[in-house]
Design a protein around this ligand. Structure first.
Ligand SMILES: [Zn+2]
Length: 88
């Protein structure tokens, strides 16, 4: 994962064997094409390479060894406050 992505998102651990814990504020990132998409989109959605398809809360992954990363948006306000405390 590129540092640019990790600046904005936090990696959330999950086990795909136990399902995909998609919900509001969570995102999936395809390890092949790098597309990031909301984990619970209002319509069905697929990443650019078609590895990941999200359809009405169901996540389908074409290549079982290319499971999507689960991401959480970093809390910008928290980060700002921390930065202010440090005096930057
Ligand atoms: Zn993809």
């Amino acid at each position: 994962m590129t540092p640019e992505v990790l600046k904005r998102y936090e990696l959330v651990n999950y086990d795909p064997k136990h399902g995909y814990p998609g919900r509001w504020g969570r995102f999936y990132r395809c390890p092949i094409c790098g597309d990031i998409m909301p984990s619970s989109p209002p319509t069905s959605l697929a990443c650019g390479c078609g590895n990941i398809l999200i359809d009405q809360g169901t996540v389908r992954v074409k290549h079982a060894d290319q499971q999507p990363f689960l991401l959480k948006k970093r809390n910008l306000i928290k980060r700002l406050l921390r930065a202010l405390k440090r005096g930057h």
